[in-house]
Design a protein around this ligand. Structure first.
Ligand SMILES: [Zn+2]
Length: 438
C-alpha cells in the first residue's frame, strides 16, 4: 500500500469511527455537529477558503470562484449512514484494515464519497487554487431518512436566487459486468432516479370469531391483491432514451446478445419481455415497481381482523409517473375491495441528458482517471438527495468514483461494508479533475 493511500485511509478511518447513524427524530443531534467539527479539522485548507452554513446538522460550504457571473457548481455527499446491525466480520465503526481494504459503515455510502470530495477540495485550496466559478459543497445528515436537510438547502438556493449549472452527487459506481453479460469495467453514471412512494393498502370487514369465517376475509383479499400485483403487467413497460443508450453502450461487450441490445429501439418488444426475466434489477429499468414490505392483521390468533393492511414501497418510472403509477395500483386494489392511502408520495425528478455538458464532463473525468473504464448513463432505482435539486439545477449527475465488486455492492446498507484502499487516490483525482474543469 503506498503512502498516499495510507494517509487517505487515516482520514477516512476517523470519519467512519465517528458514528453518524441517521436519526429520524432529531436531525440536529449533537453527533452531526461533532462530525462537522471533525471535517473542519481534517480539511483545514478547504474550510479556510469557504464560508460555512449549518442547516440543523446538514452542512453547506461556499468556495468563491473567479467568475462571479457564471452559475455555481455543487458537489454533494451525505454524512449520515444507515444502522449497522448483524454479524460483521470487522466491527462497523472500528475502521479496521485488512486485505488491503478499509472496513466500516459508510466506507462507500457515503463517507468514502464525502471524504474524497473534501480531500480534493482541500488539496486544491492548499495550493491556493481558485475555482473558475463558485463551488458549493453540501453534506446532509438526513439522506438516509427524510431528505429534509437537502430540501432545506435547495430551498435556501432558491430563496437566494442562486441557480446551479450542475451538481455531482453519489450514485452509481465502477463495476465489472454490472448487468450480467457485459464483459468489462463500466462506470455507471446516474442521470436521474425513480420516484419513491409508500402506500398502505387497507382491507376491512365486520371482524368476528375465526371459527365461522366468511369467504374473502381482509387478509385473503390482501393476499389475492398482492398475488395479482406480483404477476406483472400492472405497470407500463417502456424503454426510455437513457435505458436505450445504456444498452447501446453495453452492446459491444455482450457477444451475440449485443446484436439485440445494440439496437434497442428495433428490438424493444423482445427486450420488454426478456429483461424482467433476467432479474428484478433488469426489470426495474422498464417500469414502476411495487414491493410489499409490511403487513398487519388482527391482534389475536382466533380473531378476524376488522382491518388488515399491507404497505407497498413503490418506485415509479418517469414515463408512468407518480400519479399514473398510484392510479394503476389503486385500480387493482379496488377490485379486491381494498382502500389505498398514500403515506408518502415522494417527489418526481427530472432526467439529465446524456449529451449535456455535465455528463460529458463526467465522461472526460472518468477517461482521465480510469483508463479503459466505459461510462454508461442509467436511471437509479434508489433515491438520493439530488431529487430535491431539480428546482435549482438542470444537470444532476449521480456517480461515486470507486471501483467495487459484488460483495462491496451488497455491503451497502448490508453487512461488511468496505472500500479498497488503492481506490482512494483515484477518487480524489476524479474530484480534482472536475473542480479544475468546471
Ligand atoms: Zn448514500
Amino acid at each position: 500500500m503506498d503512502e498516499r493511500n495510507q494517509a487517505y485511509a487515516d482520514k477516512l478511518s476517523r470519519m467512519i469511527r465517528l458514528e453518524t447513524v441517521s436519526d429520524y427524530g432529531q436531525p440536529e443531534n449533537e453527533k452531526f455537529s461533532a462530525f462537522q467539527r471533525l471535517l473542519e479539522e481534517l480539511f483545514p485548507h478547504l474550510f479556510a477558503a469557504c464560508s460555512k452554513r449549518d442547516f440543523r446538522g446538514s452542512l453547506l460550504l461556499h468556495w468563491p470562484g473567479r467568475d462571479k457571473d457564471a452559475e455555481p457548481v455543487l458537489f454533494l455527499n451525505h454524512m449520515d449512514v444507515v444502522e449497522a446491525g448483524g454479524d460483521w466480520s470487522h466491527p462497523p465503526f472500528a475502521a479496521e484494515r485488512a486485505e488491503d481494504k478499509l472496513w466500516g459503515r459508510g466506507a462507500l455510502d457515503d463517507k468514502g464519497g464525502l471524504w474524497a470530495m473534501l480531500q480534493a477540495g482541500d488539496e486544491l485550496a492548499g495550493e491556493d487554487f481558485i475555482p473558475s466559478r463558485d463551488i458549493y459543497f453540501m453534506s446532509s445528515c438526513t439522506e438516509e431518512t427524510s431528505g429534509c436537510g437537502a430540501e432545506a438547502i435547495a430551498a435556501w438556493f432558491e430563496e437566494n436566487g442562486i441557480r446551479l449549472a450542475m451538481s455531482f452527487d453519489e450514485g452509481g459506481m465502477i463495476m465489472y459486468d454490472p448487468i450480467g453479460g457485459a464483459e468489462g469495467d463500466f462506470a455507471m453514471i446516474g442521470v436521474g432516479e425513480k420516484g419513491c412512494a409508500d402506500l398502505r393498502f387497507v382491507a376491512r370487514s365486520a371482524g368476528g370469531h375465526a371459527s365461522t369465517p366468511d369467504r374473502d376475509t381482509p387478509l385473503v383479499r390482501l393476499g389475492k391483491f398482492m398475488a395479482a400485483a406480483d404477476k406483472g403487467g400492472l405497470f407500463d413497460r417502456e424503454l426510455s432514451d437513457t435505458t436505450c443508450e445504456m444498452l447501446r453502450r453495453f452492446a459491444p461487450y455482450m457477444g451475440k446478445v449485443g446484436i439485440v441490445t445494440g439496437r434497442p429501439r428495433l428490438f424493444a418488444p423482445v427486450l420488454k419481455q426478456v429483461l424482467p426475466r433476467l432479474s428484478g434489477a433488469a426489470g426495474a429499468l422498464l417500469q414502476t415497481t411495487l414491493a410489499f414490505t409490511m403487513a398487519r392483521g388482527s391482534g389475536g390468533y382466533n380473531v378476524l381482523p376488522e382491518e388488515a393492511w399491507v404497505v407497498g414501497n413503490m418506485r415509479y418510472s418517469h414515463h408512468q409517473g407518480r400519479d399514473g403509477s398510484i392510479r394503476a395500483a389503486s385500480e387493482l386494489a379496488r377490485r379486491y375491495d381494498i382502500e389505498v392511502e398514500v403515506l408518502d408520495g415522494g417527489c418526481e425528478s427530472r432526467l439529465t441528458d446524456y449529451n449535456s455538458p455535465a455528463f460529458r464532463l463526467t465522461e472526460r473525468a472518468v477517461a482521465a482517471v480510469f483508463p479503459g473504464v466505459k461510462p454508461v448513463p442509467y436511471v437509479m432505482t434508489g433515491a438520493s438527495d439530488s431529487r430535491f435539486l431539480d428546482r435549482v439545477c438542470d444537470q444532476c449527475i449521480r456517480f461515486l468514483p470507486f471501483k467495487i465488486d459484488r460483495q462491496q455492492l451488497a455491503s451497502i446498507h448490508g453487512l461488511d461494508e468496505n472500500v479498497d484502499m488503492d481506490s482512494l487516490s483515484p477518487a480524489v483525482d476524479y474530484y480534482k479533475f472536475l473542480m479544475r474543469e468546471v
